[in-house]
Design a protein around this ligand. Structure first.
Ligand SMILES: C[S@@+](CC[C@H](N)C(=O)[O-])C[C@H]1O[C@@H](n2cnc3c(N)ncnc32)[C@H](O)[C@@H]1O
Length: 261
């Protein structure tokens, strides 16, 4: 058991380091992430929030969603990420007059000092990195005011299905993470409230398999599941050979909106 806990912690440290290392190149590789954050911002704009909401963002990265939040006339805006270099980029991307507070924080374990009674807690594409999403959602919900909203985008089950299928066809294990179905996500939502989860599928074209992998590296999202050993060079070549003329990769995105009672 102690070993399992340590492994999880090691994996989390490695994931945070990978994102921190990718901070300088993230914006150039993150086309899908930019579009998904914009869609989440569009959905947030429809929420019945107070005129001057208190907002907390989890896993803000370089600030695609944070920039939209900074325009919401918030009375408090707390932007958090567990990769300090990402947070630094985000700070530079926001208008100088922004009153945002920046905090290095593991979104799975919200720090006491982050604050309470938020009207909105939101996150774009960070939750799929969590080790225990249901418990984390309960902990985050505790930081909402009654009537406050949780709004997020996360990857769902069919994400990267083409990559996984190519491995299966060759009898190779895929180190790609697996993601929850919509029904599983619905069951993960905290008890004291109600909400909805909807889905969207984007197909992103890449020149070939190398291009796809390089793009993941560029944004820091390339680490295999729980540091599973990577494929041997020969096995990886066989996978890449299937995509020499191009690959269209599915991003299966779940958008969640939940309101605390
Ligand atoms: C794919 S990026 C998305 C960044 C940004 N929200 C966007 O839409 O571009 C994932 C971000 O989540 C952060 N992240 C992943 N797991 C986290 C955790 N447990 N706590 C805080 N941040 C986390 C990463 O450091 C990274 O900045």
């Amino acid at each position: 058991m102690a070993y399992a806990v340590k492994k999880t912690q090691d994996n989390k440290t490695a994931v945070a380091a990978a994102f921190a290392g990718a901070a300088p190149t993230y914006d150039d590789g993150a086309e899908a992430q930019r579009d998904i954050a914009a869609e989440l911002a569009r959905r947030i704009a429809f929420l019945p929030l107070p005129a001057r909401p208190r907002i907390l963002e989890i896993g803000c990265g370089t600030g695609f969603l944070s920039r939209a939040l900074a325009g919401m006339n918030a009375s408090e805006l707390v932007l958090t990420d567990f990769a300090g270099a990402m947070l630094e980029r985000c700070r530079k991307a926001l208008p100088a007059e922004s009153l945002a507070r920046f905090l290095v924080m593991d979104g799975e374990e919200p720090a006491g000092g982050v604050g309470e009674n938020f009207d909105l807690i939101c996150s774009s594409l960070a939750f799929q990195w969590f080790d225990d999403l249901p418990a984390s959602l309960e902990r985050l919900a505790a930081h909402l005011a009654p009537g406050g909203h949780l709004a997020f985008a996360t990857l769902a089950a069919d994400s990267f299905v083409e990559w996984r299928q190519a491995h299966a066809a060759l009898g190779l294990p895929s180190a790609a993470r697996s993601y929850p179905t919509l029904d599983e996500l619905k069951r993960m939502m905290p008890q004291a409230g109600a909400g909805s989860i909807t889905e969207d599928r984007h197909k992103r074209p890449y020149a070939d398999g190398h291009d796809f992998l390089n793009r993941l590296r560029q944004i820091g999202a390339h680490l295999p599941l729980n540091n599973r050993p990577p494929l041997t060079p020969g096995a990886l070549r066989r996978v890449l050979r299937r995509f020499e003329t191009g690959i269209a990769v599915t991003y299966h995105v779940a958008y969640g909106i939940w309101r605390k009672t």
